[in-house]
Ligand binder design. Sequence first.
Ligand code: UT7
Length: 335
Amino acid sequence: MIKNRATITAIEAELPEYILTNEELSRMVDTSDEWIMTRIGIKERRILKETGKGSSHLGARAVKRLLEKTGTSPTEVDLLVCATVTPDHQFPATANIISHKADIKNAFSYDLNAGCSGFLYALATAQQFIETGKSKKAIVVGAEKMSSIVDYQDRATCPIFGDAAGAVLMEPGNGEYGIIDSVLQSDGVGLPHLHQKAGGSVKPASYETIDAREHYIYQEGQCVFKWAVSKMADVSLEVMKRNELSHDDVAWLVPHQANMRIIEAVARRMKLDKNKVMVNIEKFGNTTAATLPLCIWEWEDRLRMGDNIILATFGAGFTWGAMYLKWGYDGNPGN
Ligand code: UT7
């Protein structure tokens, strides 16, 4: 048994107030509630409207709430990792800004970009610091203002994404609960199919890149769809197999919320009953690095100590992965 097994001991989230409905979107581009619901499964998504506020605003609010809920002093936190594809700035890291806003002064903090798999990669990264004894209280945040890189003239991408943040506290547990295993993978072959064309060092911002609308998400949906279904299912099945978990042993699947059809296909391949699958894509859309914590946060009341949970993701890169964890506490201690 691992001595300091990294365990999630609390979770919080932050959602902007503004709700962008399919009805409003259908007045912006040539689309309909019917198309979006059938092809993606999203009814509405949250948008951070206030100017001058970025992903750190959402992330810091989630972190502050997490500290309050657990009675943790900001000075006790020794590590903060922020997964995001929409950092406040190219530099410094959004994690540094979140730590500053939340009065976290004794932690080293950094960003991690693994597309929609960012939160899973960040959990696996923080896990290493906890298990080596280097960190005693780590915070992992997924924070995204996706609306800052969505082209609201492109009907193929604008219905998909939303803004949100989710944060977890990770601590060394008694060895029985926490992260048991994970499979993380990536393949740079994904670049042409899902990326932002300009604004990086290959193509810095210019009048031309702005005129060509190259500062937004570019996605070849069908290609990404096929990869997402097969890779998310493959790694989820692999992590189940090597930990000798049957579909009956799995209490919950937490899938990345990119498309309802992808979630259903992955659950089918894992032979999981749909009641065991966390789904909130209808309300929040794809919030990239925030989808996993947003699901767990909504389901926290129903989680029980010892529940076998599989997290599964797929995103830009391509990146993908699955993690098996044994949940460490009963229900929502904040209630
Ligand atoms: O989170 C990171 C990973 N991302 C993903 O996992 C996303 C994976 N991809 C997908 O979820 C889907 O491919 C999309 C939701 C992006 C698109 O759904 P699709 O079923 O693959 O549609 P499509 O791109 O094949 O387009 C089908 C048709 C096209 O029209 P034609 O060429 O058949 O006339 C599109 O122009 O649907 C049209 N279309 C729309 N129609 C109404 C595309 N977007 C819209 C829209 N409203 N919003």
